[in-house]
Write a protein that binds this ligand. Sequence first.
Ligand code: C2E
Ligand code: MG
Ligand code: MG
Ligand code: MG
Length: 284
Amino acid sequence: RAKQQGRNRMETYSGTMEEVVRERLAIGSRLRLSLDSMAGFYLLYQPQLDLKSGRLIGAEALIRWTLPDIGSVPPGMFIPLAEEFGMIAPIGEWVLREACRQLKAWSDRFAGGWHLSVNLSVKQLQQPGFVAGVDRIVAESGVDPGRLCFEITETAALLNLESCAQILNELRARGIRIALDDFGTGYSSLLLLKSLPLSIVKIDRSFTHDLLASSATASIVSGIIAMSKGLGMSVIAEGIETEEQLEALGRLGCEGYQGYYESRPLPPDLFERQYLADDPPEDA
Ligand code: C2E
Ligand code: MG
Ligand code: MG
Ligand code: MG
């Protein structure tokens, strides 16, 4: 009987594995078919605010993919697949081009003083010709590179620290800011903080989540903030969902925040109406 149960469990388990593999392959081939037109892809924009003044300091562009038959596939699923199947370069390029187009349209009509953040993938940064591609897109769109910020994750940077540092230095030399995303998770290394030309450190939302319940977390967050400031970087906390979290971060000296408490990621027309509309450019 125990043997029987064991075998059933195995079957259930391998069945599930097979399903996962099949789903990944299916999504992967749909992804490949979508690359030509990029149909069904779009960007949402989540505001980043100054904690003291409530002023807009930035917006993070977040990709979405919706298929007519399947519905929406989260980036946490298809971005890793795109990386694995060698499709991240065209997707990343589309994201940057679309983000730059939108930023240019906004900067023609509204006041500046805030940056647009674009997430860069592990594999994307290390593609040959990546920086030249960025140059081309920036030039074609006519955006001020000083209004752009690239978010990279620690794991991405750690794969090859020296070559990453060199590429990021080239981008920084053009005025593009670099943010270290999800800091504190994965292979957190303090070496990154001194090796990379970072302007912003983003505290991972798992820390925000545990902040009120765990004094250890509060100490760590307080340390990250002090360290980042000491290195001349600004800090943005991710995943703020409650007023209590926001207040706690304020007490710890955090400067910027982002999260559902302020706003979910928004379609461009709503972002514009809620965060830009009353703010014409200086020379208007
Ligand atoms: P990320 O860059 O750390 O982005 C933050 C994620 O947290 C987003 O999920 C956002 O919607 C979510 N979020 C924001 N505020 C809150 C909150 O208060 N609570 C909770 N629970 N979540 C919050 P999303 O949009 O599903 O993106 C997931 C990840 O996918 C991103 O994490 C990023 O690593 C990747 N990603 C998204 N767009 C792109 C892209 O254009 N290119 C690349 N390479 N990666 C992307
Ligand atoms: Mg990000
Ligand atoms: Mg993040
Ligand atoms: Mg993340």
